[in-house]
Write a protein that binds this ligand. Sequence first.
Ligand SMILES: Cc1ncc(COP(=O)(O)O)c(C=O)c1O
Length: 385
Amino acid sequence: MTNEDQFQVATYKKMPIAAERGEGVWIYTNDGERYLDLYGGHAVAGTGHCHPHVVNALREQAGELLFYSNLVYSSARARAAEKLVSIAPRNLTKAFFCNSGTEANENAMRMARMSTGREKVITFSGGFHGRTADAISATFLGKYREIGKPNVPGHLEAEFGNIDSVRELADDTVAAIMLEPIQSMAGVRMAQSDFYRALRTLCDERGIVLIYDEVQTGVGRTGEWFFAGSATGGGVVPDVVTLAKALGSGVPVAACLVTDAISSHIKESDLGTTFGGGMLAMAAVTATLEAIENDRMLANVKTVEAHLRQGLREVEQVVAVHGLGFLLGIEFNDKAAPVFQALLEQKIITGTSSNPKVLRLLPPLCLEKEHVDLFVDALTRICTC
Ligand SMILES: Cc1ncc(COP(=O)(O)O)c(C=O)c1O
């Protein structure tokens, strides 16, 4: 730990844990301790740590070809693109692969500008979209826009859940409306399904591209493959969905899923990135989606979410449970930070949020009821101390 502090830029607030090995929902340290990971390495370990199907696929691909660029065809890339499109809502028919969530959002906004010939983008207070120039300028949360100065012009802020605040801004200079359909970092905030439907209608009426940033909500986290098209989201399908985090089970990979209408505006060399669509990343995508399917993880998320909500009802200090599936915000009647700390001392990793009263859970999709019971028991002990 000391060496890392000495040689790495001190930009991360770290837990006093050195993670050396992982298996399913568990993280092991070198001194033989194990931690229940309800944070999933920041929503990345969707299939759990080191899922054998993913690890085997990576081993095999590593022995064949690690990387070649998009200037050649690849069966690994073809398989990943086809698999991803096959699980997406029907009108999202094409994928563009890149490397991180912020890059996916930058490319989504770029495609919206190219396909509309307009420049402005509306996003929402409380939304987080990444740290590169355009994405951080679209992030109206805490100090992010400040750190990202000078900001990219043309970013407008609306109020999440308030369609009138969007209508006021959505004139014919607006290319896109982009949102985290469930605002994770803001404390796991979800709108009513009417709001998503009204956004879809507004975009259709005014020729605006609707982008869902599903970097956290995508790839099964809500108990559906995507928030897009889900009943909770009013069945709304946006024009672009961005994905990252859990898409490669820990191998860096991201994607934009787009409609034919959007992709028809993109010409040769309009978009690109060296590493996007590399073979190792593509093998990770295919194996991740297969593992979720083979192990019926979507159904598991729904069953175990219900069990968790039931358990949390017994904890007096919990005033609300926000979110969906395995993107949950537990709201306490007081500050969540001491609870986070006490859970860590009991070897359970959770997450905080920008809402001081909300503790975030982003566990692997293979979390089981027995793990939930360990968590609820620990929480009960902490809360009755
Ligand atoms: C909703 C959302 N969008 C975008 C990003 C940025 O992703 P990345 O860190 O991979 O650039 C994040 C990261 O936390 C996120 O939560």
